[in-house]
Design a protein around this ligand. Structure first.
Ligand SMILES: Cc1cn([C@H]2C[C@H](O)[C@@H](COP(=O)(O)OP(=O)(O)OP(=O)(O)O)O2)c(=O)[nH]c1=O
Length: 194
């Protein structure tokens, strides 16, 4: 008996970081930009909220590509249990970084793999602990002059000029960037073997 070839892979994301991470890991995939209404229910756990948003993104892609395995992802920064998404402007970006200054916070990325047009699938999440240096307003503004905060949860990108803001982190680095590659590679490997 010959085994079936694995389904084509689709990344339902406009995030340049997610595209780069999946490409660097050597996967061949198509890209679809998911236009979805994201949930913002702060009473949900980080896991429930990010995986639900990842599921919505993946479901949009899966409806368009029912033969494919479609990856959706969603990243939120949590401080004192409050979710921080992408800031709407530079004032909000400054306020977010002030909250993160000199302390530890959590970055949660939910990932969902949708199959069969979205009628089947599985989700998981990964949390990374990140601690920032104490940051003055001048330093935050200098950082935001170098790094666009508006397309990034929490108003920072760990992959850009992190020496200005980062004290330490514990866990997956790529998870902070938007895709927990260690876990994703493991889950994709199982999906291909299934
Ligand atoms: C915390 C952090 C987030 N981010 C980015 C990853 C995500 O692109 C973004 C979080 O927003 P998301 O809503 O998760 O993703 P997105 O809107 O950029 O892309 P799409 O929904 O199409 O997949 O923040 C970084 O690039 N670096 C970081 O250090």
């Amino acid at each position: 008996m010959t085994s079936l070839p694995p389904p084509p892979l689709v990344l339902a994301s406009q995030s340049p970081r997610r595209i780069e991470l999946l490409r660097e890991a050597g996967y061949a995939f198509d890209i679809l930009v998911p236009d979805v209404e994201e949930a913002h229910d702060a009473s949900l756990t980080p896991e429930a909220l990010t995986v639900e948003n990842a599921r919505r993104k993946a479901a949009v892609g899966a409806a368009l590509r029912p033969e494919a395995l479609v990856i959706g992802a969603d990243t939120l920064v949590y401080v004192d249990g409050d979710p921080l998404g992408k800031p709407k402007d530079l004032d909000e970006a400054l306020a977010m970084m002030r909250r993160l200054s000199g302390r530890q916070h959590q970055v949660c990325t939910g990932v969902y793999l949708a199959r069969e047009g979205g009628s089947a699938g599985e989700g998981f999440h990964v949390i990374t602990e990140v601690t920032f240096k104490p940051l003055t307003d001048a330093l935050i503004q200098a950082y935001h002059a170098r790094v666009n905060p508006l397309d990034k949860a929490g108003a920072y990108g760990i992959q850009e000029c992190s020496e200005m803001i980062l004290d330490q982190y514990e866990g997956s680095w790529t998870n902070v960037m938007g895709l927990p590659m260690e876990k994703l590679v493991e889950v994709l490997g199982k999906a291909a073997g299934a």
